[in-house]
Each structure stands twice: as structure tokens, then as C-alpha cells.
Design a protein around this ligand. Structure first.
Ligand code: LLP
Length: 385
């Protein structure tokens, strides 16, 4: 992806910055569409993965809806042209003003996670003279087999309501005058690479849907969340996730009532591979045991390695020399401030341009100003010429 021509063009920008390959984003969205459309599935893009307005514009052009987890995300989606009727709002801790914003704009659905939240939404909907469409987020106790910090569908996680509480919750929703039960929602975790996990989720969803069917409760909407992983090990060989395998698994295993709308909320799979963090080498330092390449980007720009011990491929874009081993670290005053330990890189020198790959999702959006670092820049492939 980073040809010598592109690297030469990137030299003129001051580092660090996020580089977004918009052609790859478009290719990914086209692949998503051709895999989801045959099944009639609707995909809401999870803004939390990356809320860059230019990316959002392209995502909207491809006809996706929006999945938001804050009032500001709802507002951003509206500002970027997502119709309110295609916005869903999730999150364990929605504040009153955030709920009001969703109500006043007439969003498609609130994905709710507790009894108290339902009560509050009902009260606010009453005040606003509206009926709030709600889906119950159910914790299905299915293990996503991913990093513990991004697993959400186990009984010990804070997310969703438990199967054992279902009867009480459903009875309550039906009593609240300003709520309309639209459906059920699941999201069991992120960066899921084992398709068998989605088979297990589908079977569990079938059991839960049966429970509703037995009670003659209609569910117009089924939302299966996001979570499809990307190939962090091979960003060049596998830049586009296998959307067909993902959707076909659900199509094969789910038993749907007639006419039910099926929604997904993908984030990482759509934007992960199109972004790279571009940085320059400030110093090479020979430690007692390790050789360090110290970059001008750090955990303040991309926190995933520090927070989840996540692997990101690192490319030296300017050196073709023989490979040596490096710990690739940032300038921040924290030992956790690293991108890779023991990485093999062509011999690296001060001034070399480095790309930290697969950083389009949960990269720029999780940046911080710690150490009073400047805000990270952005460069789009369409503008590089
Ligand atoms: N829906 C809900 C309710 C979610 O909580 C999430 C992600 C998604 C959809 C989108 O999931 P995706 O398709 O992107 O896997 N910062 C972490 C990931 C946190 C994911 C949070 N929830 C990371 O860098 O790996």
C-alpha cells in the first residue's frame, strides 16, 4: 500500500498524522454491501470506531445507518447526513439530555440496558410528547474469545440485561405508556476472528427469540451488534474482511420470524485497515538489552498496544536495509508507551518515516492530550495527489 511514490509524497507533511486510504474504505464498503444486501441486512456504522467527518460522509454515501453511544455521536451522525430514522443509540449510561436529543430528533431506536434506564426514557418521552422506540440489550452469556477488555457478552460484564431478568423487563416495557418495544439487541465483543462465535451467538439468539414467540410478543427488529475482526497480522494480504463468511453464518444459523428487520453495528471491520499512523523516528537508542526506535508518535496517538497489548504491523517506509530488532516506543513518560517489542525492521535511522498499520479504528478517536501533546493531524489519500 505504501509505494515509494506515496512515501515521497507523504514526506512533506508534519508528523505524526493519521493517513486514511479512502480508496480502500470505498472498496471495503462496496464489499460489505454486496455481502449484506442479498440477505436484506441493514448495517449501522459504529461511530465510536472513528468519527472523522470525511470518513462518515463516505460511509453515508454507501447507504449505511449510524450506531451511536453518546449524544455528541448522535449529533455528529445527524450533521454528517445520516437520517434520524437510521440512527440507533446504545450505551449503559445515557444521560437525560442525551436521551432528549434522541427523542426530539426521532431516532430509530434506543438500545436499553437496565430497568432504571427504561423508566427514565419513558418519563422523558412523556415530557417530550413522544413514544420512544426501544430494544432490550440482552447479555447472552456467549464468550467472544477476544481480549478481556473488549469482551462484553459474558455474565460478569456490565453490559445488557440477563436472561433471568427478561420476563420482568418485558412486562415493565409493556406497562410503560411512552415506550414501544421494537426488538432485541446483542453485542458480545469486538475483534472477533473465530466465525464459530457467531454460530453460537445465532443459536442463543434463536432460543431467546423462541421465548418471545411463545409469549406472542412481536419483535420487528433484531440487532446483532458488531464485532467482526480484522487481520492485524496481514494488513496488505487481507485488507478487506470476509464479510460474506460473516453474514452467511448468520443467514445459515438464524431462525427469523417473518418480516423481522435484521441490523448489524460494525465499526472496526469497516475503517480499521484504511488508517495508518504515520510518524518519524526521533532517536535510535541502544539500551543494555534492547535497541529502541523512539518515534514522534506514542500512546497519546494510538493507545491500543498499551491498553490491550494489541499487535499493529510496523513498516519503515524509507529504509530497505537489512533487518534488525527494535522496541518501537513513543515519547510519552510511561513505560506502557510502546508500539511493538522485538519488532524486525530494516535498519532504522533518525528521520525515517514509520507507518503503524491497521489504525483506522479506535486510533484517532482514543487519542489524548496527555503530556500536552498536540492534536494529531489527518491526511486523506484523495488529497495527496
Ligand atoms: N455495538 C456496540 C454496542 C459496541 O459496544 C461496539 C463496540 C460496536 C457495536 C462496534 O464493534 P466493532 O464492530 O468495532 O467490533 N477500543 C477497543 C474496541 C472497543 C469496542 C467497543 N464497542 C479496541 O481498540 O479494540
Amino acid at each position: 500500500m505504501f509505494t515509494p511514490e506515496l512515501t515521497a509524497k507523504l514526506q512533506k507533511y508534519s508528523t505524526p498524522f493519521y493517513y486514511y486510504d479512502l480508496a480502500l474504505l470505498r472498496q471495503t464498503l462496496a464489499a460489505l454491501k454486496s455481502a449484506a444486501s442479498p440477505h436484506g441486512y441493514r448495517v449501522h456504522y459504529a461511530l465510536k470506531a472513528n468519527f472523522d467527518a470525511r470518513l462518515l460522509g463516505i460511509i453515508r454515501e454507501h447507504g449505511l445507518g449510524a450506531d451511536c453511544v453518546s449524544g455528541n455521536e448522535v449529533q455528529k451522525a445527524l450533521d454528517c447526513g445520516f437520517p434520524a430514522g437510521e440512527i440507533v443509540f446504545a450505551g449503559v449510561g445515557k444521560s437525560d439530555p442525551e436521551i432528549m436529543l434522541g427523542l426530539q430528533n426521532g431516532i430509530r431506536c434506543f438500545n436499553c440496558e437496565s430497568l432504571q434506564e427504561l423508566e427514565v426514557i419513558d418519563g422523558l418521552a412523556g415530557q417530550a410528547g413522544r413514544t420512544a422506540p426501544v430494544a432490550l440489550r440482552i447479555n447472552p452469556d456467549v464468550d467472544a474469545h477476544t481480549h478481556q477488555y473488549i469482551t462484553t457478552g459474558r455474565e460478569e460484564n456490565k453490559f445488557g440485561i440477563y436472561y433471568s431478568e427478561l420476563a420482568e423487563m418485558v412486562a415493565k416495557v409493556q406497562q410503560f405508556p411512552h415506550l414501544k418495544l421494537e426488538g432485541i439487541h446483542f453485542h458480545i465483543g469486538s475483534q472477533i476472528t473465530d466465525i464459530a462465535v457467531f454460530q453460537r451467538l445465532s443459536r442463543r439468539v434463536n432460543e431467546i427469540q423462541r421465548w418471545f414467540r411463545e409469549r406472542e410478543i412481536a419483535l420487528p427488529l433484531l440487532n446483532l451488534g458488531g464485532g467482526l475482526g480484522i487481520d492485524y497480522q496481514h494488513p496488505d494480504a487481507r485488507p478487506v474482511p470476509d464479510f460474506a463468511a460473516y453474514f452467511n453464518t448468520f443467514a445459515e444459523y438464524l431462525e427469523l420470524p417473518a418480516g423481522q428487520e435484521v441490523h448489524f453495528e460494525l465499526g472496526r471491520a469497516l475503517v480499521g485497515q484504511c488508517g495508518s499512523l504515520i510518524s518519524r523516528v526521533l532517536y535510535i537508542k541502544q539500551g543494555r538489552k534492547t535497541r529502541f526506535a523512539i518515534l514522534d508518535a506514542g500512546m497519546t496517538e494510538l493507545i491500543r498496544p498499551a491498553l490491550y497489548q494489541a499487535h499493529h504491523q510496523i513498516d519503515n517506509l524509507t529504509s530497505r536495509d537489512e533487518a534488525l530488532t527494535y522496541d518501537v516506543v513513543g515519547p510519552v513518560c510511561e513505560t506502557a508507551d510502546f508500539f511493538a517489542k522485538g519488532a524486525m525492521l530494516p535498519q532504522t535511522r533518525r528521520g525515517d518515516l514509520i507507518a503503524v498499520r491497521s489504525a483506522g479504528a479506535y486510533g484517532a478517536v482514543m487519542a489524548s492530550r496527555y503530556n500536552l501533546r498536540p492534536e494529531v493531524g489527518v491526511v486523506y489519500s484523495d488529497d495527496v495527489g
